[in-house]
Design a protein around this ligand. Structure first.
Ligand code: T6T
Length: 314
């Protein structure tokens, strides 16, 4: 997103910019590398991080890959070179492939803080801040079970990419909780490469192969967008319950229109804010908390307006 767009998104301030003429020493420089650019989840995270950095007297710049893609994110991380920022806040796009590039930045002196996703190797980051993804999947299954009622039927999970720590854990949390709802049968977990088009195609296929499909859990906003398209194309909106994750403007609109029956909203601004706090603690020799979680908020159409504070920025 452009600096101007971010100005609006975050409600004023020097959001997304480098602090004008003042050139802070490297010791005051933080960098945020989100999973992908121009996405409401990460824009909201950036807003939270920018505001906290400003408050604490640090400069935070953001560089995001064009796609949620480990090679593209690696390029950005490698370009930090021999003189990296004091701290790197990063959402690793792959739990393993991002290990070597992030480790290199650490070796060159940066503090590493994971925001949202995480590496499988827990020895690299000083701190990790994320929603409780397993709990999110469980909440999604419980929400879907309530929507379906006693009716027996199959439910499909749309995951993003194998190696994405968050959505993979959401899918697992969902499948685990499903065991407590014997009328609901798993129709499996499908990967979509985080592409809405692929999610739509998987839904179309599932509707024909699984005639008793009563529900879909879309583990993030792209899978949700695709699922809604697939259901719309098959004239199955509302007939198959769709529980999404995140609360982007288009998902909120979809919930209002009845395309989704529920959303599990995260609090990305708080993830960004806590990420900066932990990075600064690490830099200033204060106590650092290794793992922190941000709250989750299930939202249905009935309580949509009461939850407006959890809607993401764009
Ligand atoms: O759901 C978020 C984020 O938590 C996940 O790691 C990747 O997808 C999103 O950015 C939404 O598209």
């Amino acid at each position: 997103a452009s600096a101007a767009a971010l100005l609006t998104a975050c409600g004023g301030g020097q959001i997304g910019q480098s602090g004008g003429d003042s050139k802070p020493a490297n010791g005051k420089k933080l960098m945020l590398v989100p999973g992908v650019q121009a996405e409401p989840f990460y824009i909201s995270m950036q807003c939270g991080a920018e505001a906290e950095a400003k408050k604490l007297g640090y400069e935070l710049t953001t560089q995001a890959p064009q796609k949620f893609d480990a090679p593209m994110q690696t390029q950005i991380v490698n370009a930090l070179g021999a003189n990296p920022p004091a701290a790197l806040l990063i959402a690793p796009t792959d739990a393993q492939a991002m290990l070597a590039p992030i480790q290199q930045v650490k070796n060159r002196g940066s503090k590493i803080v994971e925001v949202d996703t995480a590496l499988q190797d827990t020895s690299v980051a000083a701190s990790s801040i994320s929603s409780d993804s397993a709990e999110g999947g469980k909440l999604a299954a419980q929400t879907l079970a309530k929507l379906v009622g006693d009716k027996p039927g199959s439910v499909l999970v749309l995951d993003t990419i194998a190696g994405t720590s968050t959505t993979n854990a959401r899918a697992k949390g969902f499948e685990d909780e499903l065991k407590n709802h014997p009328n609901l049968k798993s129709a499996g977990v499908q990967f979509t490469q985080n592409e809405p088009d692929q999610a739509a195609t998987k839904v179309t296929a599932a509707l024909s192969s699984t005639p008793d499909l009563v529900g879909i859990f879309a583990t993030n906003l792209n899978t949700g967008e695709g699922a809604a398209t697939g259901l719309r194309n098959a004239h199955k909106i509302g007939a198959v319950n769709l529980v999404g994750f995140d609360a982007s403007p288009s998902e909120v609109e979809g919930l209002r229109k009845g395309e989704y029956q529920a959303l599990i909203a995260q609090d990305p601004a708080s993830i960004g804010q806590q990420g900066v706090q932990q990075a600064v603690n690490a830099l200033e020799g204060k106590a650092v908390t290794r793992n922190l979680t941000a709250a989750l908020h299930p939202i249905t159409k009935a309580d949509l307006d009461a939850n407006a504070q959890y809607f993401y920025k764009q």
